[in-house]
Each structure stands twice: as structure tokens, then as C-alpha cells.
Design a binder for this molecule. Structure first.
Ligand code: 10E
Ligand code: SF4
Length: 343
């Protein structure tokens, strides 16, 4: 050791892509636009995305987060979160005469549709995912009689099917790619005729963030992932980083949660963030690190992302009507309670 000072060796490797995916961006903008268009309060069933800061920021703007539709006053507007809902939730909302805006990510809806189709064809569907996670509850609700949850490789031994020649696996969108393949391999051992989903259920954003952090982790003494504790994809990034060679890894909601002690003997810090995390929180972490000598930041970006989704259709319709009324000199459509969002 010797001549090189600790300071000169300190650096940050910043993973890209990181942070907001197309589905999160759409869902957060949907709440903001709904607040502008119809006025507060706007009810949101469950956290719109699993991020504390996002939820608190929207609360300040007038969003009210509830656990179930029965907490929403009759006739109000409710937005369904990006993680998706079971069909029964749509029915409950209808019964309460709620105006609904569905912010389910289109890539989650894709998995719902796969579930419906395989259930119609009378397959047993093995849904790989984390028990109790909202996305899994929503997807399972599409065909409860046909879907069995498989929570990781260790759960495979418990799986039972009706007919081994008619089994398909599907998955939650935010899982670890490597662990899911382990689960699939174990399932194939038990059910050699198991078929795979028609396209990847683990979405592009989950895959890209994992690929990027793997590269970063291989060279990092410490990896800091910005994200909330209930964010599946963020938690997976810590696991993936540790699996790819990071010596240490932690999940933090924001810079204030970093423990100075983690930096002891650390020269390279890897940084990334989950798909529900605004970049301002990452900027805070980079500033915190710079103040401690880790001001040299190199971006590691194995791929680009450009996907975007249009806003939920109920909202687009009302925003269009508003624009037409404004330009045509007619009366602007009133608030959603007067016929706005979908009922
Ligand atoms: O816990 P998750 O990773 O599923 O959710 P998140 O809100 O942190 O990130 C966005 C991912 C969604 C909406 C699930 N596809
Ligand atoms: Fe959609 Fe993937 Fe983002 Fe989930 S993580 S909201 S599936 S793009």
C-alpha cells in the first residue's frame, strides 16, 4: 500500500439505466394530471408506486392514498396503482359508483392477459412471484382457480398440478432474472412439459437495471441502491449487486439513511435506484458522497432506454375534451364527478 492516498482512490460508479421506468412515469403523471384536471382530492388505491417520497409528494398536492376502494367516498375518483388490480376491484369500484382511472402498467396488463388466456385454455398457471405483493395479488385475481403462486426455487417442491401436460409458468414483472431462471429450472425438473410465457414477463426496465448494476457491482466495494423497502425491484437490485461481487450493499430511501460506517475502507461506491425512484433522490446521494471525497463519478451504461407509454385512456379522453373546449370556445367539461373518468 503506501503512496496512493485514500482520497485519490475514491470514486463512484453510477449505473444507467436506473430510476423511473415508463410505467412509473406514466402512473405518477396520471395522478398529477388528475389533480390538475379534476381538482383535489383524488383518491389512489394503494401506493401509486412503491416509493415513500413519491407518495408524500403527491399527498401534499391533494392525493389521498387508501388501502381499499371501500374507503373511497361514493361518487369520487379513484386511481388504481401501477401494480395492477384484480377484476374484483374493478367491480367493487363500479358498485360504489366510483370514477376510475387505471394506472396499471401496460406491461403488467400484458401478464394479466396471458393469465386469462391460459386459464381459458384450462392450463395450470405457475405464477412465480413474492407472496403478498400487490402485483401478484392482482394477477392471481384474473384466474384464482388456475393460478398457483411459486415463491422462489425453494417453493417448487410444494407445487401440485392437475395435469402435468398442461402447465405454464408466468411471473411477476420485477423479479431477479437469475433467481427466476433457477425457479424455472427446478419447475422443469418436476414438470418436463412445462411451457414458458409467450414473451418475457420480467419487464425491460427490471432486466436493464439488473444488467447495469451487475457491471457496476463487479468493481464496487459498496453498492447503494436508492429505493423504498417495499419496492420489489429495488430490493432485488441489492441482491443482484451482492450476487455479482459487490462486497457490501444497502437500500436507502434517501441520503440521510446512509451510515458513515459503510464507507470504511471503501474506494469504489456503486450507485443505482429502483424503477419507482425519482432521480432527485439519487442526486442527494451523489452530493452526500461528494462531500465525503467521492466526487469522481463515472456512468456505466450498458444500454439505452426510450420506451414511453401514453396516459391512461380515461384521462386522455378528458384532457382531449378539455383542450377541444378551450380551443373551440365551448364550455369546458366540468370535473370528473360530472362525467369525467371512467365509471
Ligand atoms: O414493488 P415493485 O418493484 O413491484 O414496485 P415499484 O412501485 O417499486 O416499481 C414499479 C413497478 C411496478 C409498478 C410493478 N411492475
Ligand atoms: Fe411497468 Fe416494468 Fe415499470 Fe413495472 S417495472 S411499472 S412492469 S415498466
Amino acid at each position: 500500500m503506501g503512496v496512493m492516498t485514500a482520497t485519490s482512490a475514491r470514486r463512484v460508479l453510477l449505473a444507467a439505466p436506473r430510476g423511473y421506468c415508463a410505467g412509473v412515469d406514466r402512473a405518477v403523471i396520471a395522478v398529477e394530471k388528475a389533480l390538475e384536471q379534476y381538482g383535489a382530492p383524488i383518491y389512489v388505491r394503494k401506493e401509486i408506486v412503491h416509493n415513500k417520497y413519491v407518495v408524500q409528494t403527491l399527498e401534499k398536492k391533494g392525493a389521498i392514498f387508501v388501502d381499499e376502494t371501500e374507503e373511497v367516498p361514493e361518487g369520487s375518483i379513484v386511481i388504481f396503482s401501477a401494480h395492477g388490480v384484480a377484476p374484483v376491484v374493478h367491480e367493487e369500484a363500479k358498485q360504489r359508483q366510483l370514477a376510475t382511472i387505471d394506472a396499471t402498467c401496460p406491461l403488467v396488463t400484458k401478464v394479466h392477459k396471458e393469465a386469462v388466456r391460459f386459464a381459458q385454455d384450462d392450463y395450470d398457471i405457475l405464477l412465480i412471484g413474492h407472496e403478498g405483493h400487490e402485483e401478484v395479488i392482482g394477477t392471481s385475481g384474473e384466474a384464482p382457480d388456475h393460478i398457483t403462486l411459486v415463491d422462489g426455487p425453494d417453493d417448487v417442491k410444494n407445487v401440485e398440478v392437475r395435469d402435468e401436460s398442461k402447465v405454464v409458468w408466468l411471473s411477476q414483472t420485477t423479479l431477479s432474472v437469475d433467481e427466476t431462471m433457477e425457479t424455472v429450472d427446478a419447475l422443469k425438473e418436476r414438470f418436463p412439459q412445462l411451457i414458458s410465457p409467450p414473451s418475457d414477463d420480467i419487464c425491460y426496465a427490471t432486466q436493464n437495471r439488473q444488467t447495469a448494476i451487475k457491471q457496476v457491482a463487479a468493481e464496487s466495494d459498496l453498492v447503494i441502491v436508492v429505493g423504498s423497502k417495499n419496492s420489489s425491484n429495488s430490493v432485488r437490485l441489492v441482491e443482484v449487486a451482492l450476487g455479482a461481487g459487490a462486497k457490501d450493499g444497502h437500500l436507502v430511501d434517501f441520503a440521510g439513511e446512509i451510515d458513515e460506517a459503510w464507507l470504511e475502507g471503501v474506494s469504489t461506491v456503486g450507485v443505482t435506484s429502483g424503477a419507482s425512484v425519482p432521480d432527485v433522490l439519487v442526486e442527494g446521494v451523489l452530493e452526500w458522497l461528494a462531500e465525503r471525497g467521492y466526487g469522481d463519478v463515472e456512468v456505466i451504461q450498458p444500454m439505452q432506454e426510450s420506451l414511453t407509454f401514453s396516459l391512461p385512456k380515461e384521462l386522455r379522453r378528458d384532457l382531449r375534451a378539455e383542450a377541444a373546449a378551450a380551443s373551440g370556445g365551448g364550455t369546458a367539461t366540468g370535473n370528473a364527478a360530472a362525467g369525467g373518468a371512467e365509471r
